[in-house]
Design a protein around this ligand. Structure first.
Ligand code: AHG
Ligand code: MN
Ligand code: MN
Ligand code: MN
Length: 342
């Protein structure tokens, strides 16, 4: 790419601001998140040399987060990096994270802004120790009018209220994929220069697909509609779907969704009898909503199987939901199985 054709994240966001699509505060807030992602990328990239692999906790005692998961060192470190980077920027009123029990208002010593930031600091953290792609997912909401010290309930806004959403994938290259509600755009980190460069404007998910992503080991725990849906996918050409499907499952949502944004497919983490009591496995506020916004903005669809994801009214900060997202026609097919079985 020649220098004259290079569009950095900074330039892209400034152009969006000049077009009236984003204000200066939201633009700068995204810049801060991108900067934090660069730091996380460096920590992830060091691997064993940085002493960042393995479990968090001391003296053989696991550190368990609010999700009931054993935290990895990089879960904790990434959370700290995002917290530290965003605390003093002046654009945020508060933050909430998969790794923290409650949201946190920006400390009084710093100026408070009008936005709320939610994040999954390190997604796919079970993959860290085996050197497979992980990522960071984030979502930006407005702080409700008149609220100066936001509490958990102020974050409970449906996905349609998101101002911006994105993820950063720490894979062979580090990429930031972003939407501010005007398409989904991908930026690749130029490690020599240290800036994100626009490498795909207007990502578009093909409407049809022959590729699905699901953890098949949960098959026996699924509900009837999911059993029927995947049964028909596996039946291939001879089955009612009339085509052979391929399957992929990285177990890092960021990596699986990035593949789908790049070449299509359907990603699902359905309800199963193991996670039914919690409502699903994936988190609405940190995973499902931001990814659904990105996918819809790329022409795809996102659903719980029974409702458009972005219209779910959240009832809890750490709420979980079943997830189906990706190629539009395929998500609609999956939703159809649920409608027929209910
Ligand atoms: P996290 O590492 O942030 O807790 O998220 C893990 C999620 C998601 O990235 C992935 O799609 C899913 O868990 C994998 O679940 P299984 O291990 O059950 O396949
Ligand atoms: Mn986790
Ligand atoms: Mn996650
Ligand atoms: Mn995580």
């Amino acid at each position: 790419m020649s220098p004259s054709s290079t569009v950095s994240l900074t330039r892209h966001l400034l152009e969006e601001q000049r077009a009236g699509r984003i204000n200066a505060d939201a633009r700068l807030l995204i810049e801060v998140v991108a900067r934090a992602c660069k730091s996380i990328s460096i920590a992830v990239g060091k691997g064993a040399l940085g002493g960042v692999l393995g479990d968090a906790g001391t003296a053989g005692e696991a550190s368990i987060n609010i999700q009931g998961e054993a935290q990895k060192k990089l879960d904790v470190l990434s959370n700290e990096i995002l917290m530290e980077a965003n605390a003093w920027g002046g654009h945020l009123a508060g933050l909430a994270s998969e790794e923290m029990d409650h949201s946190q208002p920006i400390p009084d010593v710093h100026p408070r802004g009008n936005y709320l930031l939610l994040f999954d600091p390190l997604d796919g953290s079970s993959n860290i120790d085996v050197n497979i792609s992980v990522g960071t997912i984030f979502s930006v909401l407005r702080c409700p009018d008149g609220v100066t010290t936001p509490a958990d309930e102020h974050y409970l806004q449906p996905g349609t209220a998101q101002v911006a959403a994105g993820y950063c994938t720490y894979g062979p290259s580090t990429m930031l994929v972003l939407t501010i509600g005007h398409g989904t755009h991908a930026f690749t980190l130029d490690r020599e220069i240290g800036s994100f460069v626009l490498t795909q404007r207007g990502m578009t998910i093909p409407e049809e697909t022959k590729e699905f992503a699901v953890n098949m080991s949960n098959q026996r725990f699924w509900e009837a509609p999911m059993q029927a849906y995947v049964g028909d996918l596996l039946a291939g050409k001879e089955g009612p779907r009339g085509k052979d499907f391929n399957m992929r499952w990285v177990a890092s949502m960021v990596a699986d969704v990035h593949r789908i944004l790049t070449r299509g497919g359907i990603f699902s983490y359905p309800l199963d009898s193991k996670c039914a009591a919690k409502g699903g496995k994936l988190r609405l506020m940190y995973e499902a909503n931001p990814m659904s916004f990105l996918v819809e903005q790329a022409g795809g669809a996102a659903s719980t199987g029974r409702q458009r994801m972005l219209e779910v009214q959240p009832t809890g900060l750490h709420q979980r939901v079943p997830v189906f997202l990706g190629s539009k026609a395929e998500v609609e097919a999956a939703v159809g199985y649920h409608a027929r079985h209910d």
